[in-house]
Design a protein around this ligand. Structure first.
Ligand SMILES: [Fe+2]
Length: 467
């Protein structure tokens, strides 16, 4: 029997999980769904069914939501990701501590990386649909029903875990990923993975980083792979001090590991970088030795303590879109702010991954106030060629998800297409999927597919085109 959940800020309001799985055909639509839009929008986020002991939003069991779009009609389905931990909790009727249970003697993670929470990103690669979370292996999901297939169907041979932010190179079709703390929890070992479209491991090579840190995202360009290491460091002795091993250590320095594509990991060069924190990168490209990348750049790591246990000031916990340039030969780095608005969840037209992009899309919060739960109420398009930003405001108090770009046609020019996102309406406590014209974001949704229930705030999502 499921017990009520503890009183915790990340289990209240629209952070609270929903306790059902549903399938709805033919959602009510306001506006008109473009008839050439044919595929599925997937969203994923934490949705614990059981919570026992301490809770953190990052560790809630994943739930997937799918909007299947075809012929102007939208169907919806949601399902929990049935990891072994979730199945066991369901059998027992109570929560278990995170099953990457760590051997206190060796630091080894004893789950073989196949018992995580699968709650962070859902991506497609070839025929595979994968629920990802950075402490574990990829978890396969059936694309229509969202039935759980499980671990081991994709990238079976990788060493350690895989990031929730792999990059598919549009030119080669290969997926590039990485893992951190590969040898054991708290170790400075990382692994670089390349997986082919059929899900076979091409390479999975382990290397040492300057220190052990939480590394959420990375970048590829045509010629380089970049492993940014910002100082959200891991020290197991902090667990006794403030209950958690990760803290922002402004004195630790920061580095960007640069690997030439195809080269041995022993040749990675660690370039010193300004001490910032970044969860997500929009994209990166290189012109010779000069790499340009766009990041949501924070002064410190938000949602984590500093090394003295203090919590970051509100102003320091706001990330803003920032363009970095890095000369991989000289190590020179330059940064400038692109958009002076608190923002997160940056996306591009994915066909331009690893090459120069003109358009960026992001969830933004120009009216953010202290204590509002860190919500994003706007979707913004930034044009790097003109410097113009266009914004649609879903209304302060409502929450928008990461905007996912879908090209209008295979041969559409960059940025010609749609932005798909979910929106939570705090008045009705329901959610919807909105479709915006990516070239006319200010006009607001061309279509809104409405649910009778809410989708709890989650992390990331993707589009899967119907064949
Ligand atoms: Fe993320």
């Amino acid at each position: 029997m499921a017990a009520s959940l503890p009183n915790h800020p990340q289990l209240r309001g629209n952070y609270a999980p929903i306790n059902f799985e549903a399938s709805y055909n033919d959602l009510v639509i306001e506006g008109t769904v473009p008839t050439d839009l044919s595929g599925s929008l997937y969203r994923i986020g934490p949705n614990p069914k059981f919570v026992t002991g301490a809770y953190h939003w990052f560790f809630g069991t994943g739930m997937v939501h799918a909007f299947h779009v075809e012929d102007g009609q939208v169907d919806y389905v949601n399902r929990w990701v049935r990891t072994p931990k979730f199945e066991r909790e369901t059998e027992l009727g109570h929560g278990l501590s995170l099953e990457m249970s760590i051997n206190k003697e060796t630091g080894q993670i004893e789950s073989h990386r196949r018992n995580g929470v699968a709650n962070t990103h859902i991506v497609t690669h070839g025929e595979h649909l994968l629920a990802l979370e950075e402490g574990s292996h990829p978890f396969s999901i059936e694309p229509t029903s969202l039935a759980s297939s499980g671990y081991g169907h994709y990238a079976d041979g990788i060493n350690g875990a895989m990031t929730a932010h792999p990059k598919v190179d549009p030119e080669t079709g290969e997926l590039h990923g990485f893992g951190y703390m590969t040898d054991h929890f708290g170790s400075n070992t990382m692994t670089y993975h390349v997986i082919d479209k059929r899900g076979r491991t091409v390479r999975s090579d382990t290397f040492e980083a300057p220190y052990a840190a939480m590394v959420h995202d990375f970048m590829i360009t045509r010629d380089y792979v970049l492993f940014p290491l910002f100082p959200l460091t891991c020290d197991l002795s902090r667990i006794e001090k403030f209950g958690f091993p990760f803290a922002f250590d402004g004195q630790a320095g920061a580095y960007i590991g640069v690997l030439a594509r195809g080269a041995n990991v022993s040749t990675i060069k660690w370039i010193e970088a300004p001490s910032r924190y970044v969860f997500h990168y929009l994209n990166a490209w290189n012109d010779g030795a000069r790499v340009t990348f766009d990041a949501v750049d924070f002064p410190v790591a938000p949602n984590f303590p500093n090394v003295d246990g203090s919590i970051p000031a509100h102003a320091d916990a706001q990330g803003k879109l920032t363009r970095w340039t890095l000369d991989v030969k000289t190590g020179a780095i330059d940064r400038h702010r692109t958009l002076d608005v608190a923002s997160e969840f940056p996306r591009i037209d994915d066909r331009f991954t690893a090459t120069r992009h003109r358009h960026g899309y992001i969830a933004a919060a120009s009216k953010r106030a202290k204590g509002d739960g860190g919500l994003f109420h706007e979707i913004t398009h930034f044009d790097y060629e003109t410097g113009n930003a266009q914004t649609w405001d879903a209304g302060f108090g409502n929450g928008v998800s990461e905007p996912v770009f879908v090209e209008a046609r295979g041969d559409a020019k960059e940025g010609e297409g749609w932005l798909l996102a979910t929106v939570y309406d705090h008045h009705s406590s329901t959610s919807s999927m909105v479709i915006l014209d990516a070239e006319r974001v200010e006009d607001g949704p061309v279509a809104t597919a409405k649910l009778d229930h809410r989708i709890p705030y989650g992390f990331h999502g993707s589009w899967r085109q119907n064949k």
